[in-house]
Design a protein around this ligand. Sequence first.
Ligand code: SF4
Length: 180
Amino acid sequence: MKVLLHVCCGPCTIYPLSVLRERGMDVTGHFFNPNIHPFKEFKERLSTLEDYARQTKLPLVVDPHYGLTEFVREVAFHEADRCHICYHMRLEKTVAVATSMAFDAFSTTLLYSRYQRHADLISLCEDLSTKYRIPFYYEDFRTGWQHGIDVSKELGMYRQPYCGCVYSEQERYDKSLRKK
Ligand code: SF4
């Protein structure tokens, strides 16, 4: 089965990729993440992923465009619902690419993170699967959370300290928000 795996970054790719390959799947990564800001952070995450993809012979489809403008326009005035909008932006693109390139299914490394809204992701992927008529491969990759962290540290990978957008960066470093 040829699977297009939406990849958010290198460290989060480690465990889902190992699981999918163990299941005998032919995996290609799709990097489309207009949520990652600022520009230097975007470049750092992408280059970390590309290094890891070279090491593991993971084919990648990369959208190198820095999507600050598009992302901000989508979430403006909907900040409280921004994660759902963010998931939708990224995953609909992956599904469209998977369909146009004749993949058998799609999935996402976002299902690996303990910090993402897992149920929301499943529901969204199921809706996209129906809309685009392509199977969604689901697995709870969170079970390998620590394994992914351990391997990324062993490999000396860059590990980002916040989710991606400027809002999450503020939540990570603004002590007054963290207290709440
Ligand atoms: S916190 Fe993460 S998932 Fe939510 S909008 Fe920001 S980058 Fe996207």
